[in-house]
Design a protein. Structure first.
Lengths: 98, 290
């Protein structure tokens, strides 16, 4: 009786649902104003990026901190506007790893 | 000597809309063939900034906008050659007198619908490769299992294929110090993925009255002009699955003495390709003469 109950339980839960997220978000490394790179260096939508590649800069007090992608994939969208004040950890780019 | 140029499909909706003036007679005439108000549909699709039009709408809209611009050119604005990129080839054919507007629009509608249907059957796409030459991109395409779909200008080649293969190609492009930009197209145009669209297109072409162009049209497929009517029919059918050789077309026209070009739009994409190609030809000519 107990064995059959366990077997039924295992049958129900043996194959749990899994979700694979291919979408990633690149965030601001620090607070400051968001400054995209020039189109000659980087296209904000559609470009393939490799880990470590600079996508934009954060400008604060005359210093420029590069925003680097930790991911490999296609940049599907820029989520901040040029000159927009951003805080550390704010989402700046949507990268799709498909 | 001057060439008249028309772009292909990747034009933002708002740019296309600018080329479709409200109440224009060509738009009213197009409604009878298409069954809908072209300008109204483009207007709705263009509400989102930067939006591209779906294939079935983009092709007739770009075709009509290009012809409106051609019809409104000032007197004496003569072109020795015409060339259109992909669907722009149909605009060039009407401008050159090889096809009537009505026949061409009917064909473009069939072509656009068939290409959209072919795109839905497979997870494919296109990516522009910047900063690498055709030879290098062809090598990468072979290794990744994608096709070279458009040779647009020096350092601007478009590859197309399955999504996984495009990703592989993008990695190889980056390793070669080039850049890949994923294009917002429905599928892998100008590759074998479009093969299912060829039969309906050929049927539509068979019904059309085609005559030799009065102004030579330089073909995407061969980068040369042809006047034979049956060859024209065949070239237009094969164009769906074959590479667009636009850079070579521009180079051929340069060799024939063309030094000016006009992009009849919509937009200035074809002008950008021509400027890039002519600039390189000019600099190599200077280098040879020096």
């Amino acid at each position: 009786m107990l064995d059959s109950a366990i077997a039924a339980h295992e049958t129900v839960f043996a194959v749990p649902e899994t979700t694979t997220m291919l979408e990633r978000v690149v965030v601001a490394p620090c607070a400051g104003r968001f400054a995209p790179l020039s189109p000659e260096d980087f296209s904000s939508e559609g470009e393939w990026v490799e880990p470590g590649q600079a996508l934009a800069e954060i400008v604060k007090g005359g210093k420029r901190e590069p925003v680097r992608s930790p991911f490999r994939g296609w940049v599907m969208g820029m989520l901040a506007l040029p000159g927009q004040p951003v805080h550390q950890g704010e989402a700046l780019f949507w990268v799709s790893g498909r | 000597m001057k060439a008249g140029l028309w772009p292909g499909q990747g034009i933002p909706a708002r740019t296309v809309l600018e080329g479709l003036p409200a109440g224009h007679s060509l738009i009213r005439g197009a409604r009878e063939i298409l069954g809908y108000d072209l300008r109204r549909r483009v207007e709705i699709a263009g509400r989102r900034k930067g939006a591209l039009l779906p294939t079935a709408l983009a092709q007739p809209a770009i075709f009509i906008a290009g012809l409106i611009s051609w019809d409104e050119r000032p007197a004496g604005n003569d072109c020795a050659f015409l060339a259109g990129h992909s669907v722009g080839e149909y605009t060039a054919l009407v401008a050159g007198g090889a096809l009537t507007l009505e026949d061409a629009l009917r064909i473009v509608k069939v072509r656009a619908d068939a290409m959209e249907a072919a795109s839905k059957s497979a997870g494919t796409g296109m990516a522009a490769v910047l900063g690498l030459g055709l030879e290098r991109v062809s090598d990468i395409a072979d290794r990744a299992g994608v096709s070279v779909a458009n040779d647009n200008a020096p350092g601007q080649v478009v590859i197309a294929g399955g999504e996984a293969a495009l990703t592989e190609a993008a990695t190889l492009v980056r390793a070669a110090r080039g850049r890949s930009i994923l294009l917002e197209t429905a599928g892998a145009f100008h590759t074998e993925v479009m093969a299912s669209a060829e039969a309906p297109l050929r049927a539509a072409l068979a019904d059309a009255h085609i005559q030799p162009p009065a102004i030579p049209v330089v073909w995407n497929l061969t980068a040369r002009p042809y006047a034979d009517v049956e060859a024209i029919r065949d070239l237009l059918g094969r164009q769906l699955t074959a590479r667009v050789r636009f850079r070579e077309s521009l180079e051929w026209m340069w060799a024939e003495g063309v030094r000016e070009f006009e992009d009849f739009g919509p937009g200035q994409v074809a002008a950008g390709m021509a400027a890039r190609t002519f600039k390189q030809l000019e600099s190599s000519e200077v280098a040879v003469n020096a």
